[in-house]
Design a protein around this ligand. Structure first.
Ligand code: ADP
Ligand code: MG
Length: 273
């Protein structure tokens, strides 16, 4: 009788997680006989935890990540060019609170997207919103908005999340409109929200992505003013896996051209843009 009324009350209050675990909670309480307050805490925590999980799941879906991977799934031993101390610092998410940027550079397959996604996942776990786009999709979307006279409104979508991931900068060159729009986006987020950007091109090659060294310099200036560059020089993890599967011979590890260091990596805030 009491149990029935309890279930009805839980339903009225939408306490679905408590309802789902009700029997187990009551059974454990009758065995352990906890203090009233401890029992109440356990019951309320069941609901609070479930809600947090639901909230994080929604945030993760809204982030539009290509896949969910974490730092624990990243094999740092395979990529010794990565400075683990630098990664540890990034994992504190201080850069999110400072609205500074993270630029991951390196050849294909070395884990740039994996690390960008892992940072986004960590930011989401800490309660921040993140949004993932490839450069191509981003510029296509904003270009369409521009032609339809609603660029400002559309830009807001990319300004709202604390963390914006822009993946695969440099695989395709941008036309003049794309470069201008990209500049506008970077300027609008400058000192307001973090950008995590991945690119296979070194900074020196950015002129060729944007087709114009002046706009490339202006973009780099804002992007790098408060930023951390993670330079990954190493072998593709995808190749390693295929090699392990016997699909490729095992030649000497490739030695890709090292990518030039950032001109003003982690520069002081006093520098004026
Ligand atoms: P890219 O640098 O081209 O963005 P990705 O981050 O997409 O490369 O990595 C390619 C694949 O290899 C992904 O599935 C990623 O999870 C995996 N991967 C890359 N580097 C590592 C690593 N060091 N440890 C574990 N998995 C890795
Ligand atoms: Mg990638």
């Amino acid at each position: 009788m009491t149990l029935e009324r309890l279930r009805t009350t839980l339903a009225v209050l939408s306490l679905t997680a408590i309802d789902a675990r009700l029997e187990a909670l009551l059974e454990s309480a009758s065995k352990k006989e906890p203090a009233y307050a401890d029992f109440l805490l356990e019951v309320m925590s069941a609901e609070a935890d479930a809600r947090r999980q639901r909230y994080l799941k929604t945030r993760l879906q809204l982030a539009h990540l290509p896949y969910v991977k974490t730092f624990d799934q990243f094999d740092f031993a395979f990529q010794p060019s990565i400075d683990e101390r630098q990664i540890r610092e990034l994992r504190t998410l201080r850069f999110v609170h400072e609205a500074s940027n993270v630029i991951l550079l390196g050849p294909p397959g070395v884990g740039k997207t994996h690390l960008a996604v892992a940072l986004a996942e960590a930011a989401i776990q800490s309660g921040q919103a993140a949004y993932f786009m490839t450069t191509h999709d981003l510029v296509t979307d904003l270009g369409r908005a521009y032609r339809e006279g609603r660029l400002d409104r559309r830009l807001r979508i990319y300004l709202a999340p604390k963390v914006l991931i822009i993946d695969e900068m440099g695989y395709l060159p941008l036309d003049e409109l794309g470069a201008t729009i990209f500049f506008q986006l970077v300027s609008a987020r400058y000192e307001r929200g973090s950008i995590i950007l991945t690119s296979n091109k070194s900074y020196g090659e950015w002129g060729s992505i944007f087709g114009d060294p002046i706009i490339a310099t202006a973009i780099l200036d804002r992007l790098l003013h408060h930023s951390t560059t993670v330079n990954i020089r190493g072998e593709s993890y995808r190749l390693k896996e295929r090699r392990k599967a016997g699909l490729l011979p095992t030649p000497e590890a490739q030695h890709p051209e090292p990518i030039a260091a950032a001109p003003n990596n982690r520069s002081k805030r006093s520098h004026s843009a």
